[in-house]
Design a protein around this ligand. Structure first.
Ligand code: SF4
Length: 228
């Protein structure tokens, strides 16, 4: 697989973070409050799927697991795009092995609009980047995207889904994606550990889960050696 949306965002924050994700994921420490926030975000995203009424969800898991089958999801998405399905959730796309799944695609007269759902009260720059990555991949797959929206969590709990249009900013970030995606893909496959000094990037925009590893306070498990 090439670069996913998460890979791209993490690699842009710090190349070493992406490299560690691929080669030493056992060295990360995800704080429980972050995990709880991720879970709440997923639950909000699941609820948002019905915000436009009936929808088709593209999620397919590998047999006997909860691991998404990305290839099958992309095939299923292609089938629904060809059929002209009105609302497609978790719409998956693969372009030169790079991958993304869009929260919601909604059919328009000329193509589809893109909706990225975030469990937050306002739009942050990072959300636009997420949507920009998706815009890049989806349009490279030949799908015409008209408008792009971030769906934020509004104050009305009975109807909390508030779309904010961010089309121009998303298109602009798609150019940044094109400028970096190929280099990040090459870098993540390097055999030697990528070296980056700790600095401001370790907590901006997100707290890095490898801090203890990079500080040297979290060691890799001792390798077991056998006598000859
Ligand atoms: S702790 Fe800092 S230097 Fe180490 S991987 Fe994370 S962001 Fe990069």
């Amino acid at each position: 697989m090439g670069i996913t949306k998460t890979d791209f965002m993490r690699g842009m924050q710090c190349p070493k973070m992406l490299w560690l994700d691929k080669h030493k994921p056992q060295m990360r420490l995800i704080p429980p409050e972050i995990q709880a926030r991720l879970d709440a975000g997923n639950a909000f995203g699941d609820r948002a799927m019905g915000m436009f009424g009936p929808y088709e969800e593209m999620t397919v898991y590998r047999k006997g697991t909860r691991i998404p089958d990305k290839k099958r999801m992309a095939e299923r998405t292609r089938e629904h795009l060809q059929k002209g399905t009105e609302v497609i959730c978790e719409a998956a796309f693969i372009y030169y092995n790079h991958y993304c799944a869009a929260d919601i695609l909604r059919k328009t007269e000329t193509g589809y609009d893109l909706y990225e759902v975030k469990n937050a009260p306002e739009v942050h720059e990072q959300f636009i980047r997420d949507a920009g990555f998706q815009y890049y991949l989806i349009t490279r797959c030949g799908i015409r995207i008209g408008k792009a929206f971030i769906v934020i969590h509004g104050p009305d709990e009975a109807n909390p889904f508030v779309p904010v249009e961010v089309t121009e900013a998303v298109k602009e970030y798609a150019r940044v994606v094109d400028a970096h995606i190929w280099e990040l893909n090459r870098m993540q496959k390097e055999r030697e550990e990528v070296q980056v000094e700790m600095g401001g990037q370790c907590s901006n925009p997100y707290e890095c889960w490898y801090m203890d590893y990079c500080r040297g306070t979290r060691k890799e498990p001792e390798q077991i050696t056998f006598g000859i």
